[in-house]
Write a protein that binds this ligand. Sequence first.
Ligand code: NAP
Length: 235
Amino acid sequence: MSKAIIVGASSGIGLEVARLFIQRGWTVGVAARRLDLLQTIGAADVEQIDVTSADAPEKLMQLVDRLGGMDLFFYASGIGKQNRELTPDIELATVETNGLGFTRMIGCAYRFFAQQGRGHIAAITSIAGTKGLGPAPAYSATKAMQNVYLQALEQQANARKLDIRFTDIRPGFVDTALLSGSFHYPMMLKPQAVAREIVSAIEHHKHIRVIDWKYRILTAVWRRIPRCIWRRIKL
Ligand SMILES: NC(=O)c1ccc[n+]([C@@H]2O[C@H](COP(=O)([O-])OP(=O)(O)OC[C@H]3O[C@@H](n4cnc5c(N)ncnc54)[C@H](OP(=O)(O)O)[C@@H]3O)[C@@H](O)[C@H]2O)c1
């Protein structure tokens, strides 16, 4: 493994993961919309990609060509907002980025690895996909979709005898721009620490990694809460 492409590397968790892979001597290509930020990371190559745009797969493949191949596709792009008023623009933009954008880019990487005969797809989803979260309906629903999509691809790859590995990374609250705003978030994690756990999970070929241990306990409890109680909980 030596060549990684990181989509969503311009800030937050994706940026920290890119830095770690560069430090480890990987050849790293980075992408996102904010080209100026990407250019400061010290990656081998950069590409401006908007995952909501139809030309995003073509741009990803151009980056792969320039890098001379791809062993790891790491997907960190995403948006998320609390939306208790259910403002349509917020809900629809979230579905467009986290649903359509995710499907577009993960699908492109999967087809590339299927043709190549091997590869590793890792994506940051979230613990928010564990249950429907009232304060952020589109966010939690799209994260659940991402969890299930990766599970489906993993099964399909096995059935097709493709040597493609998958790592579904599910962090709890992380101190990044995504959570900036007036809300208070408990049990906040540092993006650098989260990035270290992510790289370790990828290196150890983990299928699913909830970050960190406190959130592993929390999600295990959440999963056991029956629907008749869950719908009465105020988050
Ligand atoms: N922060 C948390 O508490 C938390 C918890 C669990 C999971 N996550 C997930 O972690 C991932 C990274 O988020 P973060 O917390 O690191 O937030 P962040 O700092 O806001 O990073 C988001 C990244 O996604 C990219 N992005 C957003 N829309 C894009 C688009 N249309 N096309 C291409 N790239 C796009 C951004 O780049 P540009 O704006 O330059 O395009 C940026 O690099 C997200 O999927 C998020 O849902 C975050």
